[in-house]
Design a protein around this ligand. Sequence first.
Ligand code: PBG
Length: 307
Amino acid sequence: MKDKIVIATRESKLALWQAENIQAQLKSLYPELLVELLGMSTKGDQMLDSPLSKIGGKGLFVKELETALLDGRADIAVHSMKDVPMAFPEGLGLAVICEREDPTDAFVSNTFSSIDELPRGSIVGTCSLRRSCQLRMNRPDLVIKDLRGNVNTRLRKLDDGEYDAIILATAGLLRLEMNDRIRQRIPAETSLPAGGQGAMGIECRSDDSDTLALLAPLKHEETTIRVTAERAVNERLNGGCQAPIACFALLEGDSIWLRGLVGSPDGKTMIEGEIRGHKAEVRSLGIQLADDLLARGADVILDAIYQ
Ligand SMILES: NCc1[nH]cc(CCC(=O)O)c1CC(=O)O
């Protein structure tokens, strides 16, 4: 058995919180084990001011971490499942998906306490096409303005008065102990979350059986089933968190309820769907739901965006 695990991590506050959380869980499971962090800056972090669509490419925030895993400089990388691409480089894979935090989007404002309270013409910050297309659908009168940077940067821009409100993931704010910033946890009916939102996952070398064994107790069964369903939708739609795609699964006993949508960036068209079935079939349910969305017009919307 190994006596040391090195965790490759980005250096944003949220990434560090997540890496340290896994470090603490491993330490409490294995008091003898050394668990070290290897901080690194990724291409996505270095280009925080360019619009995401310009720097392009999925997995902007994970590539450097994966290189460290393949080099053997690190053993595991902790990710927000929302940001993890479907395909892994040869030799790497997802080891476990951990218990999900609140998956909702949060409404954050220094003036208003919910979306409904926003006056006509209010400026709302987000850089997520998924969030903006749903906002535009519900509230065509709002002005949506791009908002980039890590969680702390986005909050500072709100406080500087550039926006009347911003939308962030509830999970990130809870992890950074900024609960008081959350004015409203937006219900899934109003803002359907991104696949994997609120869940952390751990990546490692596929042939590293010692590490896989050490990580096994961190797997959360219910979250794994839900996120696997959501990722099947994204896989079929060929979309990551930069696409106007939302999907969200709930487990009710042995039955899964999976909802998904694809919206046009202008907020004028929204293709929505849902499917229910047994939890053992989540991958095929996710693919069926995606195929249903594609057949009803999501293909046209996504083709225009991926072009
Ligand atoms: N795209 C950035 C990102 N990736 C994961 C989270 C939040 C934590 C999570 O969803 O697990 C965030 C910030 C946000 O969307 O506000």
